[in-house]
Design a protein around this ligand. Sequence first.
Ligand code: DGL
Length: 271
Amino acid sequence: MTEITDSRSKSIGIFDSGIGGLTVANAIQKTLPNEHLIYFGDTAHLPYGDKSADAIRFYSLKISKFLLDQNCKMIVIACNSASSAAYSTLLDFFEGRTLFVNVVDPLVSAVTDKEYNNIGVIATKATIRSNIYRDKIKHKLQKANVHSMATPLLAPMIEEGFYQGKISHSVIDTYLGRKEFADIDALLLACTHYPLIKKEIEAYFNNKVAVLDSTDVVANAVYELLLKENLLAPERTKKNEFYVSDYTQSFEDTAKVFYGEEIELETANIW
Ligand code: DGL
């Protein structure tokens, strides 16, 4: 009994290349307020979206080791680029030592459950290059047409605060105005930065396209797995912790925007 109680009270580790994963962390905190979260943003190495799969795997292994050393019962890979490149490696490497949740599978399930025919996917270069969304969607829903496009300008644009304005409208228009997106009925925002421009994208499509992101669907996947494993925390006794590998005031300021409330970033020197 004591051991079960202890395991339930362990933390959930969450990591991303930087601060975009805070959109996922916030959704988890809202869905599961009793859970203690330890967030790690690898700001020293961002963006992951432009890195090779090998580099992303290396970073993800080291960060997961750091989170495991904090005794995490679960690790959420709150980054699409890292989920694409490193999820299966992490499962193999840390087999039996913790639970892993990626951000790709919940989003794929959300879109295939609804049986959309024409599905658009926008993400970083690393995520699109991996073909993970196209392959997983086609595996579950053969009839679907999947149109994928790397949209590398969006993450830095959002990070610099350029959204809901002339610049973001013009960039969104340039990317989504391409003819392959003319007939989509659903669009996956397959990057953890994009929830901040979800409303603009919905408006771009006159609310006629279902725009899905990896916030609430991932929080629900976390809830379901913890419930299944009997690992839901009964209460939270300490403040959530937020670490970055390279601190700047600018990260701290932007972190608030992504998390939706005031947070304090600390530096963790894991490299
Ligand atoms: N968080 C990353 C993702 O979801 C985007 C930012 C980056 O390229 O590091 O793919």
